[in-house]
Each structure stands twice: as C-alpha cells, then as structure tokens.
Design a binder for this molecule. Structure first.
Ligand SMILES: [Fe+2]
Length: 492
C-alpha cells in the first residue's frame, strides 16, 4: 500500500462542532489522498475493470446561520480496479464558489435553509439564485470524463476520472447554458454516448431540456412549458424518448415573490410525467397525470409497444409532519430520511396512443437511491439495487436487490454503525446478462473508525463481499455515485 497526501484544506468549522451532519459518519474530510496498490481482504475479481466514483457534500466552512446537509462543498472519491489491484484518490471539486470561499477564509453564500438575502456575495448560482454552486450532488462519466453537478442547477465540472485532475468547467463548445446552469442527474445513454439533461428556474422559461452528443456538442436545447416553477430533481429516458416531470411538491409561489423558498406538497395537483421525443420540444411533449407524490429518483424507463414504462421511488409521505423518534428533531432533516418519506419502488405506465395510465407499487419495502446496470438504461430491466436507511437519518444501513419481475428481494444489512453509499453497478468484463455484475460501494465503519470499498457479486449478494479494499482514512458518508467501465475511460 502506497499512500500520500496530495493536499490539506484548512477547515474553519468549529472544533466542538455538534451538527449531526458534520460529525460522526458525516465528519467532513480535509485531506486529499493518492493511494496505490491498496490492501485487499478477499480477492478482487479479474473481470472487475473500471472506476467507482462518488460525490459528497463535504463542508469546509460553517454556514452563515444554519447548515443544511446539501450545502457542503463537493468532494469526489474514486476507486479504480484493474488486474486485481485497486487505486484510490479523493479531491474537492474546485468550483468557483469553493475557490472564492477559500480565498475569503469563510462562507460567502447563504445555504438552502437560510434566506438568500443573507448572502455576502450578491452573485451566485442555483434555481433560487444567490447560492454557492458546490457541484456536490451527482457524478457521471460522459465522453470518458467525470462530470459533477449540483441539484439546484449550476456549472458542470470536469475531472479526469482516474487522476481526478481538475479539467475545468464544461462549456460544450461555448454553448453551455451558463445563465441557468444544468441540474444534477444528467443522464448518459451508454448506447448512443449522448448526455441528456434539464435545468429549472423560478423565471421563465421555467424548464429546459437538452441533449449533448458523444463529442460534447450541445445538439438540442429547448424550453418546456409548465404551469409554474417546479423542483424537478431527476429525469429518465427510453430509446426514443426522454421523461420529464411536473410534480406537486414545489416552492410556494406567493412566498417566492417575497424572497422565501419554502416547499410544500400541493395535494390537489396530480403528478405529471412528460414524454418527449429525444429531439422533441414543448409542442411534442405528451403529459400524463398520476397520483400526487414526489419522486426524488427514477431508476429506469423503457418502451413496451405503445406504452412507456417508468420506474422510480414513490413517496407515500412527501411532507413528513412529525419529528422522527429516532433522528434529529428538525423539520428540514425529516426530508432526508427515506423511511419518513415512505419511499418505495413504483411503476408508472402510460399509453402514447390511448392515453390510458396505470401505476402500482412494486414492493412495500422502503428503499431509495436505486442503481441499475447502465447497459440496460432505456431498455427493459429487471434488477434495481437500492439503499435502505437508518430510521430517521440520511445514512444508508444496507441495500436491497429488487427483482421487479418476480418480486424477490435480497436484503443486505450492514452491522450497526456501518453505512454505505449509493451502489455502483459494474458489468463483469464479457458479461452479457443484466445481473452479470459486481456491486461496489464505500462503507463508513464507525466501530472500527475506517472505510472500505467493498465489492459484492451481484448474482449472489447474500454471500457477502468478495473483496474489501482498505481506504486511507474514514470517509464522510455520502450518496450519489457511478460506475465507469474501463473501456469507457480513454487511454487507460
Ligand atoms: Fe439525487
């Protein structure tokens, strides 16, 4: 094992910090590591070839008044696998906001639980404006390069997927929509090499949809008409269509006018899914109405004759009213606990010809942050690997392998005090079947004060990890991740 510290960033967080999402499993890191030839327990399979990347909110400075777990600076963790060996690196995403606060030695922008009027800097990013773009939400690999993004819309930041070298902001040949930015959950179609995206705003146009080709040219970008400002978080796609959404949980329009951003579920409104041809526009999008809910994440969509099938996580209780008996009492933190939101895998079906819709729960089991074999994105798929949470908390205490064909579920419960990240689904080299995969995740082990990158055989998760790679230090807990197959990483 060969470990070196690439850089250490000065944190201005209080020594006696007691914020539940800046301490314990969410303790942020200040060191950026380079680590080669990591110690492995078990054996790394020879047909595991590629890189697992995870983004995290990793705050360097306190909030101006009240910290929200989504305010932290972005940090990418990468573990690559080749020839049975593993390499690890982590780097802050060096956004303009990160650099400005580092130079100032403290926070410059109000977080999302604070009034934008508090921001010291009078410029900023985000659908509501005056926010720091931390690029901390999501990471994908497009055209061989890692691309990070921010849930409130911002720039996209490019990093070398193996060295994590900063490659600057995405420009798409000068066509990047810098005025509104791009939302997290850009979608890569592995078959066409395209990247599909959306952005949203409180000012017209309220929603845009776009397509970037495999050569990173913006080839399609259109405004989409919706009845008011919304808070979409994710999108999905089929072979011929993209699926956008208009869900009834959004910022109170009257309060926006007063500069307050408070989200509320509007139970009198339906959930609407918009099916748009991949190169379509507002005139060709078809909207379908379903039961009111909020959906943070979709898992996949596909075409079945004239039907469009969409899967994702329905929230039984999008607005948890009562404090969790097991988590922090604050209202804002309830929205982070998927057990309180009552998230469950759900299927929406709509017929493009007849307009007939149908929806159903696929299970009563609470899970979220679902990953699939990306080679099956946009095509019929069967397996979803989704996180379970510690009740009341934004902490993953295990995961479920859902078989949506049979309803069979295999649950992996980690030891108490051990948490994982969103699952990376790594197709076995030469494997053709959907379940011919390894599952990769990071653990945060509070009992042993360490982290590992663990690898399961997707076909037999109940057997436990086939290998555990010891990382240089205990990571902060975190969520969104992706897997990049080695053959998609140029020059490796
Ligand atoms: Fe997300």
């Amino acid at each position: 094992m060969d470990i070196s510290v690439f850089a250490t960033t000065l944190s201005t967080l209080p020594e006696d910090d007691d914020h539940p999402y800046r301490t314990g499993p969410w303790r942020p890191q200040t060191r950026e590591f380079d680590a080669e030839d990591l110690d492995v327990e078990g054996e790394l399979p020879a047909d595991l070839y590629g890189a697992y990347l995870r983004n995290t909110e990793n705050p360097v400075h306190p909030a101006l008044v009240r910290y929200h777990p989504f305010d932290g600076d972005g940090m990418i963790h990468m573990t690559s696998f080749r020839d049975g060996k593993a390499t690890y690196r982590n780097r802050f995403v060096k956004t303009d906001g990160f650099r400005a606060e580092r130079a100032a030695g403290g926070p410059l922008w109000a977080g999302i639980a604070e009034s934008p009027a508090l921001s010291i800097r009078r410029d900023g990013w985000g659908a509501r404006g005056l926010l720091k773009d931390a690029s901390s939400t999501d990471v994908v690999v497009h055209a061989g390069v890692a691309v990070t993004s921010f849930w409130q819309c911002g720039d996209l930041y490019r990093l070398d997927p193996l060295t994590l070298d900063d490659l600057g902001k995405e420009s798409w040949g000068g066509a990047f929509p810098s005025d509104v930015g791009v939302s997290a959950h850009t979608k890569v179609d592995e078959r066409t090499g395209e990247l599909l995206f959306f952005n949203y705003s409180t000012k017209a146009p309220l929603l845009h949809y776009g397509v970037v080709d495999a050569a990173r040219h913006l080839v399609h970008y259109v405004p989409i008409e919706i009845p008011g400002a919304r808070l979409p978080h994710d999108m999905t796609f089929t072979e011929n269509y993209a699926i956008l959404n208009d869900l009834p949980l959004f910022w109170e329009p009257d309060l926006i006018k007063q500069g307050h951003y408070v989200s509320r579920l509007h139970r009198d409104l339906p959930s609407r899914l918009g099916v748009i041809p991949r190169r379509g526009d507002s005139a060709t999008i078809k909207w379908f109405e379903f039961d009111p809910t909020y959906v943070l994440h979709w898992t996949n969509a596909w075409e079945d004759g004239d039907d469009i099938v969409v899967e994702g996580f329905f929230q039984g209780c999008p607005e948890p009213k009562n404090p969790s008996p097991e988590g922090p009492p604050s209202r804002m933190l309830r929205f982070l606990a998927q057990d309180m939101l009552e998230t469950r895998l759900h299927r929406w079906r709509m017929n493009l010809v007849t307009g007939i819709v149908k929806e159903e729960d696929l299970t009563a089991t609470c899970s979220e942050f679902g990953a699939i074999n990306a080679n099956f994105a946009g095509r019929p798929s069967r397996f979803v690997y989704a996180a379970t949470n510690r009740p009341g908390w934004f902490l993953f205490n295990g995961f479920v392998k859902h078989d949506t064909l049979t309803g069979n579920e295999v649950r992996v419960n980690l030891d108490e005090g051990v948490y994982c990240s969103e699952i990376g689904v790594a197709p076995k080299v030469g494997g053709l079947g959907e379940d011919d995969v390894y599952l990769v995740t990071y653990t945060v082990d509070m009992n042993r004060d360490l982290s590992e990158c663990v690898v399961y055989d997707g076909a037999d998760v109940a057997a436990g990890p086939v290998a555990k790679v010891r990382l240089p230090e205990r990571l902060s807990s975190g969520t969104h991740s992706c897997w990049a197959q080695g053959t998609n990483l140029a020059g490796w």
